[in-house]
Write a protein that binds this ligand. Structure first.
Ligand code: FES
Length: 163
C-alpha cells in the first residue's frame, strides 16, 4: 500500500517551510514514481502557495517527472564530458525517434526519456542508460535500431508470457 502523502506532509513538514519544497517534491516522486496532479495540489495547499508556483519550481529541475516512467526508461547524460563528446546527437536522436521530449513517456507507455547530470562513467562519454543497461558510444550509434530491438524484445517477452 502506498504511504499517505498528505500524512507525510503533515508529520514530516509540519513547519510548512517553503525551503522544504524540493524535499516534498522528492517525497511525492518517491511514492508515486512521478509528480501527480494530486501531489502538486497537496503541496500547494500545505504551503499555501499557488499550485502554478509549485509546478514552476518542479519543472525547473530535470530530475522531476510529470508522467509515469516507461517500461524502458532512457536516461541520457548531459554532463560536461558527454556534452563535449556530442551527447546532443544522442538526445536529438531519441527525441526524433520516440517523438517525445525529455521528461515525457510515449503514449503506449513503452519508452520514457530523462536527462541526468552524470552517469558516473565520464571516461566513456557520451553515455546513456536504458533501465539498468549502460551504453557508451565510441563510434556511430544507431538509436533507431536500439529502439526497434527493444520493441522486438518487448513483443517477444509478451509472446513468451502468453499475453
Ligand atoms: S558527464 Fe556523462 S557520464 Fe559523466
Amino acid at each position: 500500500m502506498e504511504p499517505d502523502f498528505n500524512k507525510i506532509l503533515k508529520e514530516k513538514y509540519h513547519y510548512r517551510k517553503v525551503e522544504n519544497l524540493t524535499d516534498m517534491l522528492l517525497d511525492a516522486q518517491e511514492i508515486y514514481g512521478f509528480l501527480t496532479k494530486d501531489s502538486l495540489q497537496s503541496i500547494s495547499l500545505h504551503l499555501k502557495m499557488p499550485v502554478s508556483k509549485v509546478f514552476s519550481v518542479a519543472s525547473f529541475f530535470d530530475g522531476f517527472r510529470f508522467t509515469r516512467k516507461g517500461k524502458y526508461h532512457i536516461r541520457i547524460c548531459k554532463g560536461t564530458s558527454c556534452h563535449i563528446n556530442h551527447s546532443k546527437f544522442i538526445i536529438d536522436s531519441f527525441v526524433k525517434e520516440l517523438k517525445i521530449q525529455p521528461g515525457q513517456t510515449t503514449k503506449n507507455g513503452l519508452f520514457s526519456l530523462e536527462l541526468v547530470p552524470c552517469l558516473g562513467v565520464c571516461n566513456n562519454a557520451p553515455s546513456f542508460m536504458i533501465n539498468e543497461r549502460l551504453y557508451s558510444v565510441d563510434g556511430i550509434v544507431n538509436i533507431k535500431e536500439i529502439i526497434e530491438n527493444l520493441k522486438l524484445e518487448f513483443t517477444a517477452d509478451g509472446i513468451a508470457k502468453g499475453s
